[in-house]
Design a protein around this ligand. Structure first.
Ligand SMILES: Nc1ncnc2c1ncn2[C@@H]1O[C@H](COP(=O)(O)OP(=O)(O)OP(=O)(O)O)[C@@H](O)[C@H]1O
Length: 280
């Protein structure tokens, strides 16, 4: 069963359209959502959660938010770009709200996570750093014990050590095979550590969807002349860029032997994104 099934999702905003997005997140896996600024990642996440008007099918473990609102809301925890509490709210007030509202909320885990990040229970949100605010949102979400975590840029404003700790925390969350994560991030090296699948959105369209093993092993950047490139099988060439007299191509091969005799290097996620996104 898929933790999230999205089919033909469409969103029309004033100056932006999200076009026929179709994707599945198998239960027990982490889907990374990547794309340039303004590509449509947040719009996608918000529309999946019915925070924006949309067309299409969205099912969480086979259930829809419209028909099974209570169960679906209990199963999902969302960390977005905004935090819906007043800056005067104290951490201990949030702890109480979450304890009252979510029967599964793990108070002890929450307190120990806060302590680790120097977030004191008597602090107001206004007294926390940007990073601590983000961490607090993540801790509240994780301690609710959801089955699906939806995280929009959770690593923004976090230092490299804290980011590692968050990746460990998310990896611990994923030990339970019924858990799944949808995570958008510009920090591709973080996603490379945790995502099982990656979806790349560009100008409101999915331009690439693959699993991380393929992404890390099957994509190569080939440097060649136009004549040399024409000798490569067309089906392995994903995108070509011209730089001066030289051509660079992103190729997807099942076996590196297919590139024998060519000057090439393995493409990381950033390079793949560079080729697949339209230049502005
Ligand atoms: N409420 C809204 N009304 C109208 N347009 C919007 C609204 N929210 C976002 N947009 C537009 O939709 C497009 C996609 O924005 P979105 O926030 O989804 O991008 P993103 O991929 O999350 O970008 P970033 O990486 O910068 O956060 C942008 O052009 C943005 O201006």
């Amino acid at each position: 069963m898929d933790a999230l099934h999205v089919e033909d999702l469409q969103v029309e905003l004033h100056n932006f359209t999200l076009n026929n997005i179709t994707l599945d997140i198998p239960q027990g896996s982490v889907m990374g959502l990547i794309g340039r600024n303004g590509a449509g990642k947040t719009t996608f996440i918000k529309s999946v959660l019915n925070l924006l008007d949309r067309k299409g099918i969205v099912l969480f473990h086979g259930r829809s938010l419209e028909k099974d609102h209570e169960e679906v809301c209990r199963d999902i925890a969302y960390v977005g770009t905004d935090f819906d509490f007043s800056l005067n709210t104290k951490v201990k007030t949030l702890r109480k709200i979450y304890c009252d509202f979510y029967s599964e909320f793990d108070e002890q885990q929450f307190e120990s996570l806060c302590e680790k990040s120097d977030i004191t229970l008597k602090s107001k949100l206004s007294q926390l750093s940007l990073g601590q605010n983000k961490l607090l949102q993540l801790y509240l979400a994780i301690c609710r014990k959801p089955v699906l975590l939806i995280l929009d840029e959770p690593m923004a404003n976090l230092d490299p050590i804290t980011r590692r700790e968050i990746i460990e925390l998310l990896s611990e969350f994923m030990i339970d095979e019924t858990h799944s994560i949808l995570i958008s991030s510009h920090l591709l090296s973080d996603l490379e550590k945790i995502a099982d699948y990656v979806t790349l959105i560009d100008h409101g369209n999915i331009v690439l969807k693959d699993d991380m093993v393929h992404l890390q092993d099957g994509y190569f950047e080939v440097f060649a002349s136009k004549e040399e490139l024409t000798k490569l099988p067309k089906e392995i060439i994903i995108h070509v860029r011209k730089l001066g007299d030289e051509y660079q191509a992103l190729c997807h091969v099942l076996d590196e032997c297919q590139l024998e005799g060519y000057h090439y290097q393995r493409a990381d996620l950033e390079t793949i994104m560079y080729y697949c996104c339209e230049q502005k």
